[in-house]
Design a protein around this ligand. Sequence first.
Ligand code: C2E
Ligand code: CA
Ligand code: CA
Length: 617
Amino acid sequence: MDLQPSSGLFEHGLRVMENGQAVVIEGLHGAGHGRPVPGPPAEIRLFLANGLLCCLWRVTTDRLAMQQQLVEAERRYRLLARHTSDVVVELDSDHRIVWVSESIEARLGWRPDALIGQPAIGLVHREEWVQVLRAGLSLAGPGSFREDLRILCADGGWLWMMGTAHPLPGEEAGALVLSLRDIHDQVRIRTELDHRLQHDPLTSLPLRSVALDRIRHALDGLEGTGSSLTVLSIGVDGLTQVNDALTHAGGDKLIALLAARIVRAIGHPEQVGRGTGDEFIVLLSEQDAGADVTLTAERILRACRVPVSIAGQPIDPTVSIGIATARAGVLPDELLRDASLAMRQAKGRGRNCYALLDDALATEAHTLLLFAAEIQRGLVMGEFAAWFMPIVAFDTGQVTGYEALARWVRPDGIEVPPAEFLPCAECRGLITRIDLLVLRQALAALSRLPPTLTMAVNVSAATLALPDYPQLVSEALRAAQVVPERLHLEVTETALLTVTDRIGQQIQQLASSGVRWYVDDFGTGYSSISHLRDLPIAGLKLDRSFTCAMRAKDTKSLRLAQALVGVAEGLELDTVAEGVETIEEARLLTSQGWLHGQGWLYGKAAPLQLDTAPGPL
Ligand code: C2E
Ligand code: CA
Ligand code: CA
């Protein structure tokens, strides 16, 4: 301590010694070790005790400096509170606003003092109340919450903000500090993306998956109520023709237009969805449907059939509506499938009408579904195989080739004929798998037969339409190392009706490679002589029903068969008569001019036994 005269302490000390009275000196800065050094402000008390001069030195904080520090902190804090992008709110234990940062004015337009004492929940959107209350409760203990909330702006609008709350230590239980961060743009982009993922860009309607979710949700809500839900499946009539005439852009315009008309007729866009292809889905609760759901269907039919012009082309659009109703416990896709079935029924009745699903149709659909699953299992388990039926030349009686016919031999040994499984496989999209399986097995068998023999394989309309069908056939031929000329592909007259330009080119491409095309069941389908003119047809197969009729001495059939063979001869086509069961039939057909025969007289369809084939019969 420095008691030199210069510090002033020395004089005070002398005075205390002279008059014995204690002195308190404030605001002195300390110094030590013989030379003045800056030290903390101090309070010095000088007094006499037992004749000794005592000095009590107490370091104090400079109030002035403290005040200056406070002012500085306040300035910084104001700066922060005004310019921070977040809004900070202090809430008391009743969650009323005690204090709010000035930044709220820039973010939400509120003057901070206008909010003091207000309940904070009043600033939160009603739809988030439950969320906030739940989160608030979980804050009863230590912890914090983070929620995306819509916060009320002074102009009545809403801003998405992320609210983070922490309990205030040292305050009453329940007091919080809440920080709100602007995430409006983030939420908007996220919502837009979600919308895009869930909605059809063409019509802005929810996609099938979303509609299914809504049906599921609605059905769940029916649990224990006894109420029902109705689903309408609305199919655009003749969309394929519009696409063909006006390209897909024209078809898209029609779909968008009809979507808008359906939404207007229903009144609630969220009850309408986009199904697959040309289908729309409408959900109607019992209240929506009113007393009679058919009135709603008629309203939609009327709204849709107003004439319109697309790309300068006048169009009279119509729709067909299927109606299915269910109570709780039904699966959503079952209900939707039932509505689609009824819609197809309406189309079958001539379009521009509605149909209610009847029980028989629903049961049939269910059975078909189970059967299709069985076929699928059989395919996976390798239960399907090609069996072979000989085809002979009438003049020599020699086997010239075989027809491959699909067979399903189930594990219990039951042999299911194609007539039973083909219709189901056809409508469940399994027919192409069967056709290709038979094609490969047939060619593998053919590769083991003498090179003079041929193999006939049946082709369904669906298989014929596969865009890579020519490649698949070529690959199968290559794999079996068989020349294309030995393969005969049989298409029915009915399947030929579905031939478009593209499919026609595929038929041509395969014919050019050497494959020979035959018209199957000739004389029974929608015969069109133009097919024989326009397509590279190599032969005709007379349907079995003609041979049966001949057996019954039906003269009309006899004459027709005679005329048909005349057409074939004129066009230099090969001919095969099917269903030959007796030697008399074989003679009659030979006398008419038919070149080949096939039927039980020569052999039934069976797995190929190489040691017995071929040989003169
Ligand atoms: P299809 O192509 O006209 O085949 C001839 C059908 O008549 C065969 O019946 C054959 O067993 C039967 N048949 C032949 N000769 C006689 C006879 O003298 N008397 C009698 N009562 N029947 C005879 P299957 O095998 O039951 O085949 C029925 C139909 O199933 C076939 O008619 C064909 O349209 C279709 N089919 C068979 N296999 C396939 C395949 O792999 N793919 C496709 N798409 N269809 C196939
Ligand atoms: Ca055939
Ligand atoms: Ca046939």
